[in-house]
Design a protein around this ligand. Structure first.
Ligand SMILES: [Zn+2]
Length: 105
């Protein structure tokens, strides 16, 4: 499940990354369950990946907007050539090294 954190100081929502609020630095927040649905705003295709990810290239990293009002970047488990702006995506898994992974919905 994808979780966010609602900051008690500034009220903004961010992805739960075990880090202080990225907007104000507060460590005080509440966990919020996210739907895991989203929309693809834009993306970039990584064709030459660093070190341990080299064998996975090419892959796409997208800027997503979730209906909860949160924007995030995430790896897209999809053929980079088949992506279209505005398409629906869904949370697939949380990889310890790669972060959240989304697929076309
Ligand atoms: Zn904050």
């Amino acid at each position: 499940m994808l979780q966010g954190v609602r900051c008690h100081e500034c009220g903004k929502l961010s992805l739960d990354a075990g880090q202080p609020c990225p907007f104000c630095g507060s460590q005080d927040g509440s966990l919020v369950a996210l739907s895991g649905r989203g929309r693809l705003l834009s993306w970039t295709v990584i064709r030459v990946a660093p070190g341990r990810y080299a064998a996975e290239a090419p892959y796409a990293v997208g800027l997503l907007e979730l209906p909860e009002g949160l924007r995030l970047t995430a790896r897209l488990a999809a053929d980079p050539e088949q992506l279209t702006a505005g398409q629906a995506v869904a949370f697939a898994s949380l990889d310890p090294a790669r972060g959240p992974i989304f697929t076309p919905a």
